[in-house]
Design a protein around this ligand. Structure first.
Ligand code: GDP
Length: 294
């Protein structure tokens, strides 16, 4: 069993109390515990260090040294700060426009197609009429996969097995959506196993042509530090609007959420919590903070 952070900090303070008054050095010691918890959760060292420095300052400002239960207060401050760093409030999608185009980007295997289906299902349940678009021109299997997803949730899927032109597909799908009275278009794009120039160029061209209101970057939470680097590269090219963190049903603590937020400064909007199409949640920074700290 892992000892949770609260226990660790309580224990640290108890030892310290035995030595007389709690000092700034003791607070620094407990911050080391917090930093360890963050590193265990896959948060990058730089982000963890910057974070604990901030918390330390806050803690001293809030007179943690004279508090009756300093461990508890430290955990509260740490939780609150962590939650604040990840956006504080849950960020949502704005679907108030008459017609919304959403572009889904990410590496192959990150969970893009599954998420596209989950999002379409969610949007449909809110009374909208989504159209899914199969934009992966390289893998017929990916097009089939999206078609199956669409059938499962009763959402039509735009496909063109002959075309090798994702820009043309996006444009054709958007005009079809308008003709047929859809009000949300979700474009699932091709992903590669690693970021490459060709892929980035292609998705940038799809963005320019489709002019989406929302670009969501999908990333596998289990990939830890790699997730941060991928997010950075995609953000530099696409300037995306939000992040989707998938596979949080696995045994990852999800520290990637904190690192990504700190590095690209874009909100995490959704999380994927399973393979099924209803396994989607709006991202709640406070819940994530508790999960990361353990
Ligand atoms: P894509 O290549 O980015 O389109 O990725 P897929 O949507 O095909 O997903 C890759 C694999 O991850 C599939 O086996 C999905 O079932 C699985 N997957 C996607 N999202 C989640 C999730 O939130 N949790 C789990 N456990 N598996 C997921």
């Amino acid at each position: 069993m892992f000892e949770n952070l609260q226990d660790k900090l309580d224990r640290a303070f108890k030892v310290l109390k035995g030595h007389g008054s709690i000092t700034e050095i003791n607070v620094a010691e407990t911050m080391k515990e917090v930093r360890k918890a963050l590193l265990d959760a896959d948060v990058s060292f730089k982000v963890a260090k910057a974070f604990t420095d901030t918390v330390k300052e806050k803690a001293l400002g809030q007179n943690v040294l004279t508090s009756v239960s300093p461990g508890q207060l430290m955990v509260k401050i740490t939780n609150d700060e962590l939650s604040k760093l990840m956006g504080g409030q849950a960020a949502n999608l704005d679907l108030s426009a008459n017609f919304t185009i959403i572009l889904i980007a990410g590496l192959q295997g990150s969970g893009k197609t599954t998420f596209s289906g989950k999002l379409a299902r969610l949007i449909k349940s809110k009374g909208k009429r989504p159209l899914l678009v199969a934009g992966d021109v390289y893998r017929p299997a990916a097009i089939d996969q999206l078609k199956i997803v669409g059938e499962q949730i009763g959402v039509p899927v735009f496909t063109d097995y002959e075309s090798k032109d994702p820009v043309g597909i996006a444009e054709a799908a958007i005009s079809r959506a308008k003709q047929e009275g859809h009000n949300v278009v979700i474009i699932d794009t091709a992903g590669r196993l690693a970021v490459d120039e060709e892929m980035m160029d292609e998705i940038a061209r799809v963005k320019a042509a489709a002019n989406p209101q929302e670009i969501l970057f999908v990333v596998d939470a289990m990939t830890g530090q790699d997730a941060v680097n991928t997010a950075k590269t995609f953000n530099e090219r696409l300037d995306f609007d939000g992040v989707v963190l998938t596979k949080l049903d696995g045994d990852t603590r999800g520290g990637a959420a904190l690192s990504i937020r700190a590095v690209v400064d874009k909100p995490i909007k959704f999380i994927g919590t399973g393979e099924k199409l209803d396994a989607i949640d709006v991202f709640h920074p406070d819940r994530m903070a508790s999960r990361i700290l353990g």
